[in-house]
Design a protein around this ligand. Sequence first.
Ligand SMILES: Cc1ncc(C[n+]2csc(CCOP(=O)(O)OP(=O)(O)O)c2C)c(N)n1
Ligand SMILES: [Mg+2]
Length: 319
Amino acid sequence: MNIEKDRLIDMYRTMVRIRQFEERVSKEFASGNIPGFVHLYIGEEASGTGACAALRPDDYITSTHRGHGHVIAKGGRMDRMMAELFGKKTGYCKGKGGSMHIADTDLGILGANGIVGAGIPLAGGAALSARMRGTDQVVICFLGDGASNRGTFHEGINLAAVWQLPVVYVLENNLYAEKTRISDTYKLTNLSDRAGAFGIPEVTVDGNDVIAVYEAVQVAVEKARAGEGPSLIECKTYRIHGHFEGDPQTYKPAEEVEEWKKKDPIDNFRKRLADMGVLTDEDTGAIDREVAGEIDDAVRFAVESPFPAPEEALEDVFA
Ligand SMILES: Cc1ncc(C[n+]2csc(CCOP(=O)(O)OP(=O)(O)O)c2C)c(N)n1
Ligand SMILES: [Mg+2]
């Protein structure tokens, strides 16, 4: 491993931001302050963080319905995200889109997406646009194990492979699509095996190990940037919360949850950083407190912002 100290510290801070953002969203949702639907990323922080750490600021991501972590990892503003979740005018979509429509094109965040698997063709389109504009930008396409059984997966990746488009597919295998276990929908052990059908490289990594994710994605990003086409990286991980907030999760065995809690990506990275002499427990404690302040500020911003006016309902409607 040859990763600069500052990058390791940034990755720790990003994972803590995601965790604390999601924990607060869970609380605010339970208190009735957030309308609509939220799907939380708790337990999966290493995947989005490691992947986005391998990108340049001008690169792109496409995201999913479970997108808060991807947006934060690509540099999205937590105050505007929180305001969006609260339905406020200062939110990313002026309070009219909610969790599954958060986007920030200035940061290359091409959008969360409520339609499972819909980011796959969008990523191909963004990569084709980079090619046609003569830039060397790369696109990371985040998708789930459920999405990889959709037609868009096969059509989108096949075309990207044939055209050698600069896309890195980061498949977050969290064992479930809604309540359905992957063993009910796949005969494969490693979902990345499907890459062979498209003739592109594949890797399966421990998706709870931020360094493993970063290193694998970095290799794939370099290939894509050099014109060598797409790759598929499977991150094996687990969603600790339900499919959506309010999901009673009766379908998950208790031992399974306990086993994955022991593989917590943040706890393990904190220990590793201490062993490596990068951050002491005091240092990580200070970062945790700074982030807690950022989350309080984001919530205050959301609470104090106005709701959009009823007469604005049909503004910004494109179709
Ligand atoms: C095209 C489509 N089909 C079904 C749904 C309903 N749905 C929402 S999330 C989801 C499961 C997605 O599973 P996965 O891709 O593994 O992502 P995860 O929720 O595990 O992050 C389904 C079936 C949808 N939103 N869009
Ligand atoms: Mg899943």
